[in-house]
Design a protein around this ligand. Structure first.
Ligand SMILES: Cc1cc2nc3c(=O)[nH]c(=O)nc-3n(C[C@H](O)[C@H](O)[C@H](O)COP(=O)(O)OP(=O)(O)OC[C@H]3O[C@@H](n4cnc5c(N)ncnc54)[C@H](O)[C@@H]3O)c2cc1C
Length: 333
């Protein structure tokens, strides 16, 4: 089939590679660098720990997919440091993991089982034994090597479903018809999807992740969701580098606040959090900005209308290999 993929983030590139491997004629439209928007940066958390058993199962398939990619690339793609979960929905996550048979332990402060750069250990924690950190640089290099030849560096302006059931893509290079199309354009997915009658939540919010110097160590990744203050996610982002995101009230990063104000509020909140709670040097040495979809829970969303399949969701990096496989199958049938 002749198939278009709109967006060269981790989702679009994973699907492009799966479609090329299946022998399809693929064009992936990406105006910027490959994996340069929401997939930017060098690390993300990988975890089995989800509230829904179905997502724990999906993480298991994704983990096997990362192992396969690692073998093909000759370098590991998930650093197996474990992932610690603390806070409000620990019991739900533990029960979903138990249902699927994913390996976890529930531990207490002082047990010697936690490796977190904190001033005070959390009272109780779930250790997701198979969790860790995705090496996004390795993923980007692998997907670029295997799928880069299909990428056209142009933005898509317009999508139309034709009377004959094909889909027409209008880009600076002209109008081209395809048998099917996968829409994985991140922040631009909602307005492109609307052109072909697919509803994707259009609301956006600002998000900033800051990195602080930390003592060398095999620190676990950590997701902390306390009831009395905004949650955080944290992990090693390279040797001696501790990345922390969130810790900020939703109103401070609402779209209407504007990027500059949202970034300033996030910086202030993260610095205060690092000073108060973490055993790190409270100096910001790196930042990643991106847009996110507010009020969207963990999970993968897929919508179809005729020849067009659209994907959206949050925290999609950890599912990349399985998303690529399943979206490629969905758009080519
Ligand atoms: C700071 C941060 C921390 C995160 N932490 C985690 C984590 O710990 N674990 C996890 O699993 N996930 C995490 N995520 C989320 C994860 O990285 C994203 O869900 C994932 O990268 C999204 O990939 P994507 O391909 O859907 O979107 P993107 O990477 O945004 O790709 C969409 C692409 O579409 C392109 N595009 C836009 N408009 C057009 C157009 N008109 N025509 C053609 N192309 C277009 C863009 O240039 C972009 O490259 C985090 C994200 C960030 C930014």
């Amino acid at each position: 089939m002749k198939i278009a993929v709109v967006g060269g983030g981790v989702v679009g590139m994973s699907a492009t590679v799966a479609l090329l491997d299946a022998g399809h004629d693929v064009t992936c439209y990406e105006p910027g660098p490959i994996m340069g928007e929401r997939s930017v940066g060098s690390t993300r958390i990988f975890r089995f720990a989800h509230v829904e058993p179905e997502l724990v199962r999906l993480a298991g398939e994704a983990r096997r997919g990362f192992d396969r990619w690692s073998e093909l690339a000759g370098r590991p793609m998930v650093l197996p440091v474990e992932c610690v979960i603390t806070g409000s929905d620990l019991v739900e996550r533990a029960s979903a993991m138990a249902e699927v048979g994913a390996d976890f332990e529930v531990v207490r402060a002082g047990s010697g089982r936690l490796r977190l750069p904190v001033r005070e250990e959390p009272a109780v924690a779930l250790v997701d034994v198979g969790g860790g950190v995705v090496d996004v640089d390795a993923v980007r290099a692998f997907l670029t090597e295997r799928g880069g030849r299909a990428v056209v560096h142009e933005p898509v302006y317009r999508l139309d479903v034709t009377a004959g059931g094909a889909v027409a893509v209008t880009a600076p290079g002209g109008r081209t018809e395809f048998d099917a199309l996968l829409l994985a354009a991140g922040a631009a997915t909602a307005h492109l999807a609307a052109q072909v009658g697919i509803h994707v939540p259009p609301l956006l919010a600002h998000h900033l992740r800051c990195t602080f110097p930390v003592a060398d160590g095999e620190w676990q990744a950590w997701i902390d969701l306390p009831r009395d203050r905004p949650g955080t996610y944290q992990h090693l982002a390279g040797p001696g580098r501790w990345a922390v995101g969130s810790a900020v009230e939703a109103a401070e990063v609402a779209w209407e606040r504007g990027r500059d104000a949202a970034e300033a509020a996030s910086r202030t909140a993260l610095l205060e959090y690092a000073r108060t709670h973490l055993a790190v040097d409270p100096t910001i040495v790196d930042e990643i900005y991106c847009t996110t979809v507010p009020n969207l829970d963990d999970g993968v969303h897929v919508r179809r209308n005729g020849p067009v399949v659209a994907n959206y969701g949050v925290n999609l990096m950890k599912f990349a290999p399985v998303l690529g496989r399943d979206l490629a199958a969905a758009v080519s049938t």
